[in-house]
Ligand binder design. Structure first.
Ligand SMILES: Cc1ncc(COP(=O)(O)O)c(C=O)c1O
Length: 440
């Protein structure tokens, strides 16, 4: 037996406060932390203190409520047992890329070659890789707000963000009219449908006219110009309800295949956020460049999960059965919250909501600024409203400001239902009503 060694205690030497420009890169210093994670931390502390919270903040699924498909679960375990533990090819296992190709042909009606598809560790590296492959320092990226994380990705590639404020009258979706004044010289437009954080989705007409605008702009630039690309994030496309249909740019306008980069994955469609399998489909030059970048970063999806994902995507019956049940459960929760907010509105409270169309989110308005809480304190800011909802109704929600929106139409919040049960929602609704009734 070897002698125990005394470890060198370097904790005090390694502990250095952040924010020092001399020590870190400019991007690292300037990148803002996630507002959602800050709010989630506050809720964790309340739950730890034994308080009852209906946590509608996280864009995640609680496995006790939403389990991944059995094929994925069993397939991963089996693949690990079979020794699928070495490096996968950097673009993804051929079996999975072929399965994605088949999935897109079968369910979206779009045929891509294999070199148009790259597998990533969840969808995030795909988003980052697409920004990296397309946007050079100083180039403009147009994105609507509220939207998920485009501001951070733009900062990470040192692009110049052009946030376009949307309104409830357009279901918080950008229109051609809103985008058009900014497209000259822009490098990329980043869109997402169904939309995080609003739970709304493009109509064919609205998306089609944005595609026409992009095609016209690219015609204008000609073959020698740097094209305008469309990043189309459709990670929630399997989650639509109540007659809402998902549309994509390439089906609507096939010429868009030259400019469209699809972001997709298992995380939301199969409640598999921790499984970390995503992919990107798009023009072969962009995919090839992404593959170079991401290969060096090593953002491969784990090999065993890739094996299991391939067999899942090759199983149309399993996908349909799973999707029907997932949508049913998500819609049940969203509808319950929507109905509750609309009932409160009918009782005269200053609240509102947008009828859910897709994803796992409800847009709800709590226009409470200027009200006086039971303890006599005045609710002055959006963050005061958020804090009041948490304390008084035990309702954890995220303001649209966390998704880049300014306070133009203040009081709108994202309510995310993936991590709550129907019982959690049913208990929160009377608490919310009592709280609103008590406001002065
Ligand atoms: C619109 C959108 N795109 C991409 C992602 C990232 O998904 P993943 O967990 O697969 O990285 C999310 C996660 O919340 C999202 O909402």
């Amino acid at each position: 037996m070897s002698e125990p060694t005394t470890s060198l205690d370097v904790r005090a030497i390694a502990k250095v406060p952040g924010g020092n420009r001399i020590r870190l890169s400019n991007i690292a210093i300037d990148l803002k932390g996630s507002e959602i994670l800050r709010i989630a931390g506050e809720i964790r502390a309340m739950v730890a203190a034994g308080e009852s919270v209906c946590n509608l903040t996280v864009g995640d699924f609680d496995p006790r409520q939403f389990r991944i498909p059995e094929l994925l679960e069993e397939g991963t375990i089996e693949a690990l047992r079979k020794g699928e533990t070495n490096y996968p090819p950097s673009s993804g296992l051929p079996a999975l890329r072929e399965a994605i190709q088949t999935y897109y042909e079968r369910d979206l009606g779009i045929a891509y070659d294999l070199d148009s598809i790259v597998v990533t560790a969840g969808s995030r590296p795909g988003v980052y890789g697409a920004y990296r492959a397309i946007v050079s320092r100083g180039e403009r990226v147009i994105y609507p707000v509220p939207s998920w994380n485009n501001n951070y990705y733009t900062d990470m590639v040192e692009g110049v963000g052009v946030p376009i404020e949307t309104t409830v009258s357009d279901a918080f979706l950008p229109t051609r009219q809103l985008l058009e004044p900014y497209v000259r010289g822009a490098r990329m437009i980043a869109l997402n449908s169904p939309l995080n954080p609003c739970g709304t989705a493009f109509t064919a007409e609205a998306l089609g006219s944005i595609c026409d605008m992009i095609l016209e702009e690219n015609d204008r630039r000609g073959a020698a110009g740097r094209p305008l690309f469309l990043l189309y994030d459709q990670v929630y496309w399997k989650l639509t309800f109540g007659g809402t249909e998902h549309f994509n740019p390439v089906t609507l306008r096939p010429e868009m295949a030259r400019y469209t980069v699809f972001i997709d994955g298992l995380s939301k469609a199969f409640a598999a956020t921790g499984v970390r399998v995503g992919w990107v489909a798009g023009p072969t030059d962009v995919i090839g460049a992404m593959n170079n970048f991401l290969g060096h970063v090593g953002t491969w999806a784990p090999r065993a999960e890739q094996v299991a994902a391939a067999s899942l995507l090759r199983s149309p019956d399993e996908i349909v059965t799973y999707g029907v049940e997932l949508c049913r459960k998500v819609q049940l929760r969203l509808d319950a919250l929507y109905q509750a907010v609309m009932d409160l509105k009918a009782s005269g409270h200053p609240v509102d909501a947008v009828s859910p169309m897709g994803a796992i989110y409800l847009s709800a308005r709590f226009n409470l600024e200027g009200k006086r809480a039971r303890d006599g304190s005045q609710i002055r800011t959006v963050d005061d409203v958020r804090g009041w909802l948490l304390r008084e109704a035990g309702l954890g929600v995220v303001p649209f400001g966390a998704f880049g929106a300014s306070s133009g139409e203040s009081g709108w919040f994202r309510l995310s239902v993936g991590a709550v049960s129907m019982a959690d929602i049913e208990q929160a609704i009377p608490r919310l009503r009592r709280g609103l009734d008590s406001l002065g």
